[in-house]
Write a protein that binds this ligand. Sequence first.
Ligand SMILES: [Zn+2]
Length: 355
Amino acid sequence: MNERMVELLACPVCRGAVRLEDPVRSAGGEIAEGALRCAGCGAAYPIAAGVPRLNPPGEGATEQARVGEHFFLEFSTLAEEDQDFDPPDVLEYVLVSRTGIDPLVYSRIPGDLYRTSVPTGPDAYRPDSSFLRGKRVLDAGCGGGRLTPVAARHADHIVGLEYGPHVDRAAARCRGLENVDIVQGSVLDPPFRDGVFDFAFSVGVLHHTTDPAAACRELARVIAEDGALSVWVYPPQYWGGRVREPVNRAIHRVLSRLEPRRALSVCRWVLYPLGRLQMALARRPWTKWAAAPVFVVSVPRHPRREVMLTTIFDYFGPPIISTHTYEEVAGWLRAAGFKSLRQLPVPSAWFAEGR
Ligand SMILES: [Zn+2]
């Protein structure tokens, strides 16, 4: 943790300022161990392995904590080399297209928003991340740190906030990047002072919380008055069409009640083989037609085994998955005070500014 973080952080309970206690510095001068003491309520929060730990106290047995356990296991199933299953130019495209920071990207790189490659070559359009230049940015729900290092190439300072224990994975991925800080905390109670960020983005996160509208309000609180917020959450079509939706939802209901390890076992031994069968049957139109009932379950596919398994677990496994229309998300953003909203072609996503 960079020492300047002490000026940005706040108690997640009372929003009081925090002061640094007993810091142990690493060779590079960063704070590796220590504690943060709240000046308001006196609560103490540890700094361990370079990460300040500011989860709201007493959440051990909540549904939100179970979500954290799910994602810890999800990110742990991927080996370090598999984490980079998308090449850097695709990750740049993902960051730009999901946050809307370059509105031209949708027309200049048209087609599938869930692409695994982007056009290259001398005439190819490059997603433009210059919006981030000179800004302090919050990656609200940074997961295993997939997009944080991408944003770090452009932003002045980026802070990755993550709730579950896999926050250490994000910290490991960003080690050595001087303009990155990783913080453990919740998007529902972001442990930051008011108005400290110029821009915050939350990509695929708020639909895994108990109250996405409240998270929007809280993210707006930590953004400066003239700052911006990008939010992408799952749309209602997440669960598939009329036929598939009840089946997919039923599988989610069963899996989300299991211990994460048991849910992952079901994905590995039932849903993954079903997905491979679907891939084999889909190769010829007549087998796909003849075996139509096999396709009633939406199993995410990927050529690499571990990535496909992780994606299946990601689709069916999180204890909380909600879906939201564009209008609903716009309502949260307006209630959070934003007046200028730009709808993004990634459903359901908005870029919000102007308070
Ligand atoms: Zn406090």
